[in-house]
Design a protein around this ligand. Structure first.
Ligand SMILES: [Zn+2]
Ligand SMILES: [Zn+2]
Length: 571
């Protein structure tokens, strides 16, 4: 991320009495990796700890988590993590965070149930998890701050906004929310409580900006039922529906419809099994006992009597849907008459993978069109009218848009302005930009603290340096060139002509004269090196690398990875 915000040079000094710092170390100017540090002289805690899913230009990376550098100087003071809800962009970095800082984690039951699954996988201590009921309170920082969980409607059960009662006033963090008047579980957004907080005075509102560019209100989750029902009616063969595994209300609608239409249900995907089991154990999902069918029995069910619920709406290669399309689910293959329906939005960046997947389903004979079905998906994030409702209910002295691209944050600021909030009471923050509230009503923006991204390669359960990701990109684009130089250690001269080997590089596969050119350049670079460089292998390799890179760039306009290797010649 390029940020033009000047540095907050004194960030590593603890806050003074009366000073409260809010430091967004992720989630601003991007979707994902939501994490906000709240820091005063006595309190230090995190609101959410999310991950970002990697894009095509981060090959081999499974997950991206925030760089927690800001916390290092204050490491022994860290007190807790407070969670708004269980989506990956809010909880996904927790295993990596808790390994370094095993502090108590607070959140609602469904949220912590999802977190528990992750901690188990990483061998971490479940005793760190402390469930909080709706409207429950937790005190942090030796009682300096009281945090309160206020229910909101969203695309996952148990989502909450947080009200932080601090000496600097009440801070409301909306979490991800919409104002659904008729949620499936009847658990509506706690607007009364939010309004009461507004009446008493709210110092700061941090609010979800995801759908600020959409006018009006987001349709209720209940609006999907009709479109999904139409899909059942329009399908003669198997109906396959991909959605997010944590979207329990969507699953409930689909299970209810399956029951009404006399279809048995196969769950396909590990995360789906887990989240359905969790939701049932917490009574967030109700289903008739005998509606689920085992994957080994699914082939025996007549196509017209089967609903396949699966993960993979984003084209993920390891998902249930991807396995089905690769015919890796025994006895089950798509056929003419079947229908594949995505009941989810395409997360930006996944469009190509999704399109490829739909194509494959059609190739196998299934119908993937949604024409004439009506609404089969609604967003879990509120639109402009809902965002305006929240601002008007809370009436904050200061407003900070969060959760969105910089474009969204600006549009959300403009919305607040259009509602009568003066510009100086709206703060647009970029990633890492600190906002300070003082006890005497002052607010300031002292600059940005160090922030960044850490890359996780799960196979080796290892943090990957950004340079490694950069190297992988270069390899992918332009390949690699190795130059091996055999050195006579007695004389310090070359013992043989250099050898050049390459992989994925455009020129060397069949062009002997080009190999000759590079060998010559490597030799010249070696021989032209002054005596002090000759004696320093690091400097010598760098000189050869530079010479080869220059000639390759000049002759081919490409920039492969160049790796010089110096070897002592056997005596
Ligand atoms: Zn969410
Ligand atoms: Zn989110």
């Amino acid at each position: 991320m390029i940020t033009t915000v000047p540095a907050f040079t004194e960030w590593n000094r603890p806050p003074e009495d009366g000073e409260l710092r809010l430091v967004p170390i992720g989630g601003l100017g991007e979707f994902g990796m939501n994490a906000l540090v709240v820091h005063s002289a006595r309190s230090l805690f995190l609101v959410d700890c999310g991950q970002l899913f990697p894009s095509d230009d981060q090959p081999g990376i499974d997950s991206i988590v925030p760089d927690f550098a800001y916390l290092e100087p204050f490491a022994d003071r860290l007190q807790a993590v407070l969670l708004t809800h269980g989506h990956e962009d809010h909880i996904g970095a927790l295993p990596y965070f808790l390994r370094r800082w095993p502090v108590p984690v607070y959140g609602t039951a469904f949220t912590l149930g999802l977190v528990a699954g992750k901690l188990r996988e990483h061998g971490l201590d479940l005793d760190l998890l402390h469930p909080v009921p709706d409207y429950g309170r937790v005190s942090v920082g030796e009682g300096e701050v009281a945090a309160e969980w206020i229910p909101v409607t969203h695309s996952i059960p148990d989502a909450c906004a947080l009200a932080l009662h601090t000496p600097q006033g009440v801070i409301v963090h909306s979490g991800d929310f919409k104002l659904d008047p008729e949620p499936l579980d009847g658990r509506t957004t706690g607007m009364e409580r939010l309004r009461a907080l507004g009446d008493a005075g709210v110092r700061l509102l941090l609010a979800d900006s995801t759908n600020v560019q959409r006018a009006g209100r987001s349709p209720s989750e209940a609006a999907c039922r009709e479109g999904l029902d139409a899909a059942f009616l329009a399908t003669q063969g198997r109906l396959v529906v991909a959605t997010f595994s944590s979207h329990i209300h969507r699953l409930q609608t689909l299970l209810d419809l399956a029951y009404e239409h006399g279809r048995e249900v196969l769950l396909l995907g590990r995360s789906l099994d887990r989240s359905v089991a969790l939701a049932r154990s917490l009574k967030r999902l109700a289903l008739p006992d005998d509606i689920l069918v085992d994957s080994k029995d699914a082939a025996k069910v007549a196509p017209a009597d089967l609903l396949v619920l699966c993960t993979g709406s984003q084209g993920e290669p390891l998902s249930g849907l991807a396995r089905l399309l690769r015919r890796e689910v025994k006895g089950l293959a798509l056929a003419p008459g079947d229908r594949l329906l995505l009941s989810a939005r395409a997360i930006p960046g996944n469009e190509v993978a999704i399109s490829r997947m739909l194509d494959e389903a059609e190739r196998q004979g299934a119908d993937t069109s949604t024409e004439g079905l009506g609404t089969v998906h609604v967003s879990g994030h509120g639109q402009r009218e809902e965002l305006a409702d929240l601002i008007r209910a809370v009436r904050p002295r200061q407003m900070v848009p969060v959760h969105g691209t910089y474009r969204n944050l600006r549009a959300h600021g403009a919305l607040a302005e259009s509602l009568g909030w003066p510009r100086e009471r709206i703060s647009l923050l970029d990633g890492g930009q600190c906002l300070r509230l003082f006890a005497d009503d002052r607010v300031d923006l002292p600059g940005a603290v160090p922030v960044g991204k850490c890359f996780v390669h799960e196979g080796v359960d290892h943090m990957v340096d950004a340079r490694v990701v950069q190297d992988r990109l270069i390899l992918q684009e332009d390949g690699v060139v190795f130059a091996t130089l055999l050195v006579d250690s007695a004389t310090g001269d070359l013992a043989a002509e250099p050898t050049i080997l390459s992989r994925g590089f455009v020129m060397l596969s069949d062009d002997e004269t080009y190999g000759e050119l590079l060998r010559g350049v490597a030799r010249q670079a070696f021989e032209a090196a002054p005596p002090d460089v000759r004696k320093d292998p690091e400097a010598l390799r760098e000189a050869i690398r530079q010479a080869l890179r220059r000639i390759i760039r000049k002759t081919t306009q490409t920039r492969p990875l160049v790796v010089p290797v110096l070897l002592d010649a056997p005596q």
